[in-house]
Design a protein around this ligand. Structure first.
Ligand code: F6P
Length: 464
């Protein structure tokens, strides 16, 4: 392979540039040209096919900095519909016109779902990314546990549900232990929780902090590092009455409570607490908003104004209970060392896999006690259920103690290797040197897009 394409698809993460960087550095060593495709699959639906050379003469372009969050080649939630054969042919034809012999997609489970039909036309592999940490398996046989039931009300006509697990869970069995972006999202969320805590204490308030993650509770679980009092995850239905009682007990003791909730939490009837709006990404994912607000409304009703008045801590429950979303801050900015390092390794591994002739495969980050973290290649079909679908990984129930509403011993054991040395000295030095740099006040922000724009070429340019 002489020239490969690379694209970033789906929601961004802080570690995307690091993954691209890892692939490009390895490509330089192996004398392979890397073409960056602008804005994910969107690039291939554009007849001009905007792209840029990421390593002309096998030198990495200076704009590609693994310590900068986001993606210099842009991302979008556009995807190639496997049912639309003409689109697939068009996309692959355009790749071939660019002289591309293989494709690396940096994406999550949605992108991997769409990879197979592309891989039937041109070699394609995936390097994983997602702050949600939901690409992978709790154990190798997990895909076999999915059942599907006919349901004309949903797109595709089927609903998928889990059957009872027949596997004994062990951390060593996890496939793709953690995805790049997750550690930084937890770092941001835990820091936010620490900060909200002191204001809740000072003003005798109850804070509900919502973190992302869709239907997977990993970010909420990891936010335990910020020491909230209670954590609610989507995998464990919330009994709101019981929660209100726990909140009152804690409030009696310490005059403040900090609750973290994952955006996809459900009540005892399995109804999503937050509103769900259909989004258009490949997995048909739901965009979730408002779990914390919904919870606040229920707690206001259940706890009531008199409770706060009796303590002389504000007049109304509305005043005392507030919500904050960590929001997109958990998905942006500089990646911490753990993400940078492993994202780059996963990018390099994806490139090697293409050159070794692997197709429809994914580079994964494995962990066990003897070998620590290491990268491997994994056939994407092993992530598919018997109907060919890849499901988002749920946080294993063993990781969560539903009584304590905190990580269980197993959850703690899961988190420890990721976060033990997750922050590098340079991460701290970076804050010291850059945040209050006087130049920040003098100079406008210089966008990476401005520089990359000067390098963008179009299909017609290449042909002349
Ligand atoms: O999948 C990543 C993610 O950040 C989810 O955690 C979140 O629900 C969603 O993307 C938000 O997407 P958007 O940025 O498009 O609103």
């Amino acid at each position: 392979m002489k020239r490969i394409g690379i694209l970033t698809a789906g929601g961004d993460t802080p570690a995307l540039n690091a993954t691209i960087y890892g692939a490009v550095v390895r490509a330089n060593q192996l004398k392979v040209e890397v073409v960056g495709l602008i804005k994910g699959f969107n690039c291939l639906f554009n007849p001009r096919v905007p792209h840029l050379a990421l390593n002309p003469l096998f030198q990495t372009i200076p704009e590609l900095d693994p310590a900068i969050g986001g993606t210099l080649i842009g991302s979008s939630r556009d995807f190639v519909d496997p049912e639309k054969k003409e689109d697939l042919d068009m996309v692959v034809d355009r790749l071939k016109k660019l002289g591309i012999d293989g494709l690396i997609c940096i994406g999550g489970e949605g992108t991997l779902n769409g990879l197979q039909p592309i891989a039937e036309r041109i070699p394609a592999v995936l390097a994983p990314k997602t702050i949600d940490n939901d690409l992978g398996l709790n154990y190798p046989h997990e895909p076999d546990e999915w059942l599907r039931v006919s349901d004309p009300s949903v797109k595709g006509g089927f609903r998928y549900k889990r059957s009872q697990s027949r596997s004994v869970f062990s951390l060593d069995q996890i496939v793709n232990y953690v995805t790049p972006g997750y550690a930084t999202a937890v770092y941001v969320s835990a820091s936010a929780i620490e900060r909200v805590r002191t204001t809740a204490e000072s003003h005798r308030r109850i804070a509900i902090i919502e973190v992302m993650g869709r239907h997977s509770g990993y970010i909420a679980l990891g936010s335990a590092y910020g020491r909230p009092d209670l954590i609610l995850v989507p995998e464990s239905p919330v009994d709101v009455e019981q929660l209100a009682e726990r909140v009152k007990q804690i409030y009696d003791l310490q005059k403040s409570v900090v609750i973290v909730c994952g955006e996809g939490i459900v009540d005892s009837q399995a109804n999503e607490l937050g509103a769900a709006i259909k989004s258009s990404d490949p997995a048909g994912n739901l965009a979730l908003s408002g779990a914390a607000e919904a919870l606040r409304t229920r707690l206001i009703q259940l706890i009531g104004d008199n409770y706060f008045r009796s303590y002389r801590r504000g007049d109304t429950a509305k005043e005392a209970i507030f919500t904050r979303k960590v929001g997109h801050t958990q998905r942006g900015g500089r990646p911490i060392l753990f993400d940078r390092f492993h994202a780059a390794q996963l990018g390099a591994k994806a490139l090697e896999m293409l050159l070794e002739g692997r197709n429809n495969a994914v580079s994964i980050l494995q962990h066990n006690e003897s070998a620590g973290f290491h990268v491997e290649g994994f056939d994407a079909n092993r992530l598919r259920d018997r109907w060919g679908l890849i499901h988002a990984r749920y946080m294993h129930p063993d990781f969560y103690d539903a009584e304590l509403m905190k990580p269980s011993r197993s959850g703690i054991n899961y988190l420890l290797p990721i976060f033990a040395n997750a922050i590098g000295d340079d991460d701290l030095e970076h804050i010291r040197q850059t945040l209050f740099a006087p130049g920040n006040l003098l100079q406008p922000y210089h966008s990476i897009n401005t520089d990359v724009n000067k390098r963008i070429r179009f299909l017609s340019d290449d042909m002349v």
